[in-house]
Design a protein around this ligand. Structure first.
Ligand SMILES: [Ca+2]
Ligand SMILES: [Ca+2]
Ligand SMILES: [Ca+2]
Ligand SMILES: [Ca+2]
Length: 181
């Protein structure tokens, strides 16, 4: 029996990343997310910025999603995703090195546009928008996420938040990292 809070977060995450809303996560969804990000930042296809972003996002698709494609038909259904999360959750709780630690620093680099190793409010908002997460109340959420209140989410804060997002504590700030769920 999986925790209801976790399941709710996983479903919200899946539905957001499913950019074309066809019920599956596919490489095309990451193409769409790339295009959305680039449009917000006014980066044209073919520009170095665009290609760099595209590479990072496709890396996430390959690193994070492909292994969730249990029946190997090049798309990930919600059932496959939930099953993978369940398995992963069991492993993460039993091991020192959680699987999310591999792909999550890569996601940080996507969000941190200017590469100064911290996420500011504008970068956070652009990330939520491009990924299709719920942006309502993002300023208030950002304040909660910024544990030491210095106006930025540092990499250390970020990793802690992602850890919380993957956890079962209903009070943890990290539950809000991907917007309202
Ligand atoms: Ca899709
Ligand atoms: Ca599949
Ligand atoms: Ca930054
Ligand atoms: Ca901070």
């Amino acid at each position: 029996m999986i925790d209801e809070l976790l399941k709710k977060k996983w479903i919200a995450f899946f539905q957001a990343v499913d950019a074309d809303k066809n019920g599956f996560i596919e490489r095309e969804d990451y193409e769409k997310i790339t295009a959305r990000f680039a449009a917000i930042r006014d980066w044209k296809p073919g520009s170095p910025e665009y290609e760099n972003l595209h590479n990072k996002l496709i890396f996430l698709w390959e690193k994070y999603w492909v292994c969730a494609d249990l029946n190997q038909d090049n798309k990930i259904s919600l059932d496959e995703f939930l099953e993978t999360c369940r398995r992963q959750f069991a492993v993460d709780y039993a091991s020192e090195e959680a699987a999310w630690e591999q792909s999550m620093p890569a996601l940080f680099d996507v969000i941190d546009i200017d590469g100064d190793e911290k996420i500011d409010l504008e970068e956070y908002k652009q990330f939520l928008t491009a990924y299709g997460f719920n942006v309502s109340g993002y300023e208030e959420i950002f304040q909660r996420l910024d544990a030491n209140g210095d106006g930025y989410i540092s990499k250390e804060e970020y990793l802690q938040l992602i850890k919380e997002y993957c956890g079962v504590d209903p009070e943890a700030a990290g539950n809000w990292f991907f917007g309202y769920y």
